[in-house]
Every structure is written in C-alpha cells, then in structure tokens.
Design a protein around this ligand. Sequence first.
Ligand SMILES: NC(=O)c1ccc[n+]([C@@H]2O[C@H](COP(=O)([O-])OP(=O)(O)OC[C@H]3O[C@@H](n4cnc5c(N)ncnc54)[C@H](OP(=O)(O)O)[C@@H]3O)[C@@H](O)[C@H]2O)c1
Length: 402
Amino acid sequence: MFTFAQKRLCSEVVVGSSIVRILKNEHAFKRCPHLQKISTSSKRNTVMPAWVIDKYGSNEVLRFNSNTMFPILNYPNEVIIKVHATSINPIDVNMRNGYGSVSLNMSRDPMKMKSSASEFPLILGRDVSGVVLECGLSVKYFKPGDRVWAAISPWKQGTMAEFVVASGNEISLIPKSLSDTQAASLPFAALTAWTALVNSCGLNKKTCPGKRVLIVGASGGVGTVAIQLLKAWGAHVTAVCSIDAQSLVKDLGADDVIDYQAGDLEEQLKSRQLFDAILDNVGGTTENLAPLFLKPWSGAAFVTLVTPFLYNNDRLGIADGMMRTGITLGSKVMKNLCKGIHYRWAFFTSSGPALDEIGELVEAGKIRPVINKVLSFSEVPKAFQMMEEGHARGKTVIRVDK
Ligand SMILES: NC(=O)c1ccc[n+]([C@@H]2O[C@H](COP(=O)([O-])OP(=O)(O)OC[C@H]3O[C@@H](n4cnc5c(N)ncnc54)[C@H](OP(=O)(O)O)[C@@H]3O)[C@@H](O)[C@H]2O)c1
C-alpha cells in the first residue's frame, strides 16, 4: 500500500476531463538530469518553506512555515517554478489586510458564489524570478531549467515561497542582462504600467511620439517603469513626485519634474501645456486634474490605478459591490466625457506576452530595474513594514534562495 506522499511521487491522475500530473521533484530529476541542481529545503519534498497568513490582519499574521504543502500542477498549462527572488507591492500589504478577499475567493473557487473552502493558509507575493522545475503537458514554450519571470494573478497562491505554480501564459524568459533580484523587481509593476498605458490609454511605440503624459506618483514601483516605457516609445513625460525623488525620475528620462510638496499641484500645472494622458498612481483628488489639464475632444485619457472596485465587493458583497462600482464608474465616465475626456480604471493583468515585450525593452537598455533594497527571505515582515511606511523609491526585493 502506497502512502499519500509516495503516490504523489510520480503519479498521473485524472481530474475532470484533463490529465493532471501530480509530481515530485525526484520525478522531474529522473527525467531531466540537469535539474539535479535544483534543490529543495525539504528532504521529503512534500513540503517547502513559505511565508503564509492564516487570517487577515496587520504584520503579526505573517507566519514562516517550513512545512507548507509543496505545490502541484492542477492544469496541463501550468508550470512549477523554483523561486529565486520576489518583491513586495502595495497589493501584498492590502491582501494581508483582507483586500479583495470576496472577489478573489470567488476566482479561487468560481463554482461557489459563497465558498466554504478556506483560502488559508494563504501565500502572498506576486512577483517571481526563478527557474522552471516542471511543465504541464500542454506547455509548449518553456522547459524545465528555463530562467523565467512572472507576476502571478492575485487569486493564486503567491511567490513568498520556495516554489510557486504559474500558468504557461503568465511566464516569460528572463532577459539575459538581468540578475534574479533585478528580474523580480519588475513584473507586477511593469505589467500594471503596461495595462494602464497600453490597454487603457492606447499608448505604444506607434502612438506615443509627440504625446505629452503626466504621471502622478512617479517615484514608486509603477511610476518608475511607466516613465521608462513612455520614454522608450517617444512620449514627453512630466513626473510628479517628492523633491528627494527628482534626480531618480530625471535619470529615468522624465522631461519635466514637479515637486507636489512645493505648493499646490494645480497651480504648478497651470504653467505647463495640456496633456494627452494622465496616469494616476496616487488616487484621491488627483482625478480633479483630468478636466483641467487634459486636451479636450482629442481622445485624451485619465487612467487611475487606485479604484474602489474590490473594496466595494469586500464591503458590500459581490452583487451590491458591483452595482456601487457601476454607478460610481459610470458617473465619473459621463462627467468627464461631457468635457471631451476619457476616464478609466486600470487593473494589473498578468501576461507572459507583454512581459516578453518588456524584456525586449530591457535588453535594448530602455528599461532598467530600480531597486531600493534587497532583503533576505527571513526579512519578509520587514519588507511589508517598509511598504506600509510608504515613500517607496522603486522596489524592495526579497531573495528567496540562499
Ligand atoms: N489597480 C491595480 O491593479 C493596481 C496595480 C498596482 C498598483 N496599484 C496601486 O497603484 C498605486 C501605486 O503603486 P506603486 O506600486 O507604484 O506604489 P509605491 O511603490 O508604493 O509608490 C507610490 C509612490 O507615490 C509617491 N507618492 C505618494 N503620494 C504622492 C503624491 N500625492 N503625489 C506624487 N507622488 C506621491 C510615493 O512617494 P512619496 O510618498 O515619498 O512621495 C511613492 O514613491 C498604489 O496605490 C497601488 O495600490 C493598483
């Protein structure tokens, strides 16, 4: 009679209609001898170290667990990645506090509107750089041993762990010029900037030349990539940040820099020409800038990353939350449309193909990582604390391997 652990060693099981391999490291090692180099902390290879939460709350809920369940492939398009580095984003702090739990739990278990299955223990962290340990049967573009980077969708288990599962269309090969720590600093922030600029504002290398873009909140994770993307595509960039971040954003290519603490932002913007797009990484009253400083009736767009969408669902439940969101968004869109301006909300979207393009810009020297600090895996709570204190300058990275 086999034990559960032995069955997991190298078995194939049928789940629904798809064949899903339950795998173990030894299984992968036998088939791919070059993977011998990928070691796991656990001798049994059924568990791994990870930072988990068992309930939502402040930093005290973070728990280091060396016996977290080793992840398995549930779908044939998935891969298991040995995590070398990750980085912290505002969403990690928000998710630790419970942000998005209602909507994300629905995505975790879409068959049940009111899921009784618990999301805990939950692993946070979206960014990953590492190496592919094993591929599902339908993964075509990657093989064990590939160096990959990704930002994992928020309804999946996260990257503050020794191993993580991602789908093949979430991952991309790491640009050769980047180290693991550098690579882990970019995916989530870069894909968020990409979604906001490309998908929501229609900005890209064809449409950017001659365009004027204002970035409010230019010195953090998203802002530092957004500046570089826009400059790579030929836009004129005005960056709003604190005075101590001015040299950083100028180095990244910003043409004009405004210190938002030096006086009223609206007053300072009055001396500038109107903009074709505003990227808002700060929220609050920033949206008041849209009708004042965007070119009317020219297709100009205001896009914000700070939206109440998931908060509404958390607070009011899915049905009422969606209704509240619809009413709020609809009225803002209409109010701005009357003035000839597009108003949009943008959301991080995981995308391997977009990361491929970002990787090409990295290789071309157009985008570089901006890393504020590199911490060890034991310092994950410190990374959360630093993020909560605010005033990020680029990214804080966490090395997961030794
Ligand atoms: N919708 C989505 O899917 C999505 C995805 C990613 C991020 N976000 C949100 O987008 C925002 C930015 O993300 P991030 O990763 O860039 O955050 P971050 O790394 O924490 O950076 C925020 C930056 O904004 C600066 N800042 C704060 N207040 C400012 C103001 N009034 N004017 C100009 N700059 C200001 C901060 O520095 P100082 O305080 O020192 O000035 C910091 O450098 C966060 O609120 C995050 O939650 C949303």
